[in-house]
Design a protein around this ligand. Structure first.
Ligand code: NAP
Length: 530
């Protein structure tokens, strides 16, 4: 089957890409999606407590004023089922389903230079071709299941949070072990603790977390949002991280300690990711960051009643927010429950999974269920799990052997007419995702429209432009404290053997948007159009 464009994935990015290319540019488009429904990341991440950490009124599409006005969000942070309802509504409202092929996992994609076509193959052996190939596969969709000896011998059941069973998991009366204390583990812990007979949390790295303060949205707030959407969207577009609030223009070091404390307290009570925006230097000055880290550690001490447990929960090895900062609902409070045990894997690592449970160096923990909240092979994993070949059979895996190399996180040299949505080298995960996605999709659709209008054949970035961009991405990361978290997935450090390269662009979404617009205005500088 032949199409103008093939898009992989029917999440936030694939759905909007389809809408733009089909209804905007007028292309024939086919979306190939592994799941049997839309939703992407949210389709797979159905674990207990799954909820977005951006607020609902701006974790949403801005491209349709009608959609904005007709959709009603119920809570400050949307829960996974509500996001699924929203994306299903979008798929129906814009009549997207007829061009989405579900249960179709792309296994291979190769560029035929003579024909200027991408040849795509799915897991059912089906073959499709298209001029443009757009993997919109998400940044966090390839589950990272650690290779722990003995997993196959476990007599209970185990799950990865990112591949959660659709029918759910019944925790009633069960002894559950949860491995991992990133955003996912921190969200799942309180919910599982309330459902299970007993929960053991296996923690390797203690994490900072800020209370989310989730709550139902009041009718007044819902009305306010609808009346002020234009302004809210303007702010999100012009901000560093795609949020409609500003980073305060004051230094954490230039005010009296009592005043600083009061501002942190205020931000803690308000809750959410804007805690990080309390001072302008939290992400760039270690001393300023220490003030935020100290404040959060003092809160952990206050909340957790057992001082020995509180000490284990203290994040000490990385500055605040240099790993993606989680937000939570009663995470630290959960360690005051009688049925919850914290196991510090730094004291004694996991040695094996046994038929009965998890064995560390100094104890065995009998379990009925193990939950892996161990994250993802982020950003490059979803791309590299497909066999993608560019010109002369160049394998993407080889092109990225030393880490991902892209121009603007949009294109890879040697892979003409392939565009990545929120790929490595773009702000992506450092931004509220729908904001980053809409910018990418709009840019790609404009670019393809430009190519069509001029009857052009192909677009491909030059290796020089990609090299310059990779070095700029490094410089942008090094201007912040972000690389100080040595084990972060931003660096690929959570997957054994993965090259350590800081993958997202840390220069800020607004700056990035301006760069992309300037590149297009100069006739796609850094790209060769044929
Ligand atoms: P993550 O941040 O990578 O955390 C994985 C956790 O598993 C870490 O605590 C890690 O410990 C631990 N771990 C990994 N391998 C292990 C092993 N072999 N033994 C013991 N512990 C191990 O993954 P995540 O929590 O799924 O979050 C990933 C990203 O998804 C987030 O950063 C965020 O961007 C996104 N997310 C967002 C939301 C939201 O919107 N609310 C919710 C969930 C996730 P180390 O730190 O020691 O490596």
């Amino acid at each position: 089957m032949e199409f103008d464009a093939i898009v992989v994935g029917a999440g936030f990015s694939g759905l909007y890409m389809l809408h733009k290319l089909r209804d905007g540019v007028g292309l024939s488009v086919r979306v190939l999606e592994a799941g049997d429904g839309v939703g992407g990341t949210w389709y797979w991440n159905r674990y207990p407590g799954a909820r977005c950490d951006s607020e609902s009124h701006y974790y949403s599409y801005s491209f349709s004023k009608e959609l904005e006005q007709e959709w009603e969000w119920s809570e400050r942070y949307p829960e996974q089922p509500e996001i699924m309802r929203y994306l299903n509504h979008v798929a129906d409202r814009f009549d997207l389903r007829r061009d989405i092929q579900f249960k179709s996992r792309v296994t291979e994609a190769s560029y035929d230079e003579a024909a200027n076509r991408w040849n795509i193959r799915t897991d059912s052996g089906e073959r499709l071709t298209a001029k443009f190939f757009i993997p919109a596969v998400g940044c966090l969709s390839a589950a990272n299941i650690p290779r722990i000896a003995g997993l196959g011998s476990f007599q209970g059941t185990w799950y990865h949070t990112g591949e959660w069973p659709h029918e759910g998991v019944d925790f009633t009366g069960k002894r559950v072990g949860l491995i991992g204390t990133g955003s996912t583990g921190i969200q799942a812990t309180p919910v599982i603790a309330a459902l299970a007979a007993h929960l053991t949390v296996f923690q390797r790295t203690p994490n900072y977390s800020i209370p989310a303060r989730n709550a139902p949205l009041s009718p007044e707030f819902q009305k306010y949002v609808k009346e002020n959407y234009a302004e809210i969207r303007r702010k999100t577009r012009e901000s560093t991280n795609g949020h409609p609030f500003e980073i305060a223009d004051r230094s954490a070091l230039a005010i009296a300690p009592e005043e600083r404390q009061a501002l942190y307290e205020d931000a803690w009570q308000h809750g959410g990711l804007r805690f990080r925006a309390t001072f302008k230097d939290i992400m760039v000055n270690k001393e300023a960051n220490d003030t935020a880290a100290d404040f959060i550690r003092s809160k952990i001490c206050q909340i957790v009643k057992d001082p020995a447990v509180a000490a284990k929960l203290m994040p000490l090895d990385h500055p605040f927010a240099t790993k993606r900062p989680p937000i939570d609902s009663d995470y630290f409070e959960t360690f005051n429950r009688e049925n919850v045990l914290l196991v510090d894997l730094r004291e004694s690592p996991i040695e094996a999974i046994t038929p009965a449970g998890v064995r560390t160096g100094n104890a065995e923990y009998p379990l009925d269920i193990i939950v892996f909240a161990t994250g993802f092979d982020a950003m490059t994993g979803p791309m590299l799990r497909m066999d993608i070949r560019g010109k002369n059979g160049l394998l993407l895996k080889n092109a990225w052997a030393a880490g991902p190399r892209t121009y603007l996180g949009l294109q890879v040299a040697g892979f003409p007419n392939m565009f990545t949505v929120t790929g490595p080298g773009s702000p992506s995960v450092l931004c509220n995702m729908p904001v980053a996605i809409e910018q990418h999709v709009d840019w790609i659709a404009d670019c393809i429209g430009y190519i069509r209008e001029r009857g052009l054949h192909s677009i491909e970035t030059t290796p020089e432009a990609a090299e310059r961009w990779v070095s700029h991405v490094n410089d942008a990361a090094n201007a912040t404290l972000l690389p100080m978290a040595g084990s972060s997935w931003y660096l690929g450090a959570n997957v054994p053997g993965k090259p350590r390269v800081f993958m997202p662009y840390a220069g800020g979404m607004a700056t990035y948007r301006n760069i992309c617009e300037a590149v297009a205005a100069k006739g796609y500088e850094g790209f060769v159009l044929r």
